[in-house]
Design a protein around this ligand. Sequence first.
Ligand code: URP
Ligand code: ZN
Ligand code: ZN
Length: 460
Amino acid sequence: MSLLIKNGRIITAADDYKADIFISGEKIQAIGEKLQVEADQTIDAQDHLVMPGGIDPHVHLAMPFMGTYSSDDYASGTLAALHGGTTTVIDFVLQTQGKSLHDALSSWKGRSDGNCYGDYSFHMAVTDFNEHTAKEVGQLIEEEGITSFKTFMAYKGALMIDDGQMIGLMKEVEEKGGMVTVHATNGDMIDTLIAKHRSEGKLSPLYHYLSQPEITEAEASGRFCDMADYTGVPAYIVHLTCEGALNATRRAGSRNQKVFVETCIQYLLLDASLYEKDFDGAKWVMSPPLRQKKDQKALWSGINQGLVQVVATDHCPFKWAQKLMGKDDFSKIPNGHPAIEHRMELLFSEGVNTGRISPNKFVEVTSTNPAKIFGMHPKKGCIAVGSDADLIIFDPHKEHMLSADTHHMNVDYSAYEGWKVKGKCIHVILRGKHAIDKGKVKIEKGYGSFIKRNKVSKVV
Ligand code: URP
Ligand code: ZN
Ligand code: ZN
């Protein structure tokens, strides 16, 4: 099959120009003005933007968590992602404490293999670092193409590791050519605040927010950067939310450390006033919680200053019945919110169409940087001859409204209900296949492929 995309305005992280793109098989074969080629199918992209497919490096699909499972599985989650212009996701395998990394990988493969519409990869979350786990790190990098290792400095008793384990893992990963990523919040401080609020009978979602003040994230982010500096490991902080934590990463920058920062779309657009809506606030119970307007400002400028390199989602949806598990106690509300489908359109609407970021920066933080940081570039994350033909054809002016009535995620409410968005993904091409055509799905479940990733470059 071959495909010609004509007359589009091509936007990459670096360029902005008009040209045609010729695709044959899974790859981009030629880019040029008025290409004279015969193709099986032609799409006219006049007045539209042609950009690399989005890469969301932080999603949780069918994940066992807090006594339940996140409600999007690999089929519904990757399909919803495609509808919104995200062609590749990186999901998290969670080691069970006391078991091996390979045990966890085989159970995650059991749920994902053959079930994805979009392309996907895995980070490995190490929740129990020991002699056995250490031996598995190199195997996962060399044999499975899993090159990033996630750690939690919170969720004690389930996912959290202590600083001794963190240092041990960092040394091992550094030696084998991988990266350590982190949920950086101070788990002990948070647990103390949760216990205090519960003992005082303060049980509404607002107290989820009040149990995780900014300092818990700023302190852990700084400590993580210091440990990464000590061990020399390339590092990445997931879902950074606030000014204090961003400031804590500046020291890493001045030491020329390789520490990358991800924020998520919700921290740029939503704020903690949503927790004042009584139990309805449970829709936004996530960790870290939403913050203040001053934090949004710091994150937007962090993007433009290059301090924040990635905008992801931390998509971890739970249906309302699942959120109700915590109706009498905020600490039992499953943490997470649905966004996999909306990241690209929301960021374009609120970022590019408001003038906060350029179209090039949009591509950089939604696709090119995640591809580079996580070892998928130039296969993914760019528009270049020889790269995978993962493309979106985007109408920058089309207005539409977000709602649970129309979204494709497997969740019965929207965290963005009624939001008016300007900019819509009209066509999605995944490895040369026309996957989404004006909302119609043209590929089958199972088309999505597992992407083995490269080792991490030491160059900053
Ligand atoms: O609230 C969240 N973020 N849920 C998913 C797990 C995590 O911490 O990323
Ligand atoms: Zn987290
Ligand atoms: Zn997460």
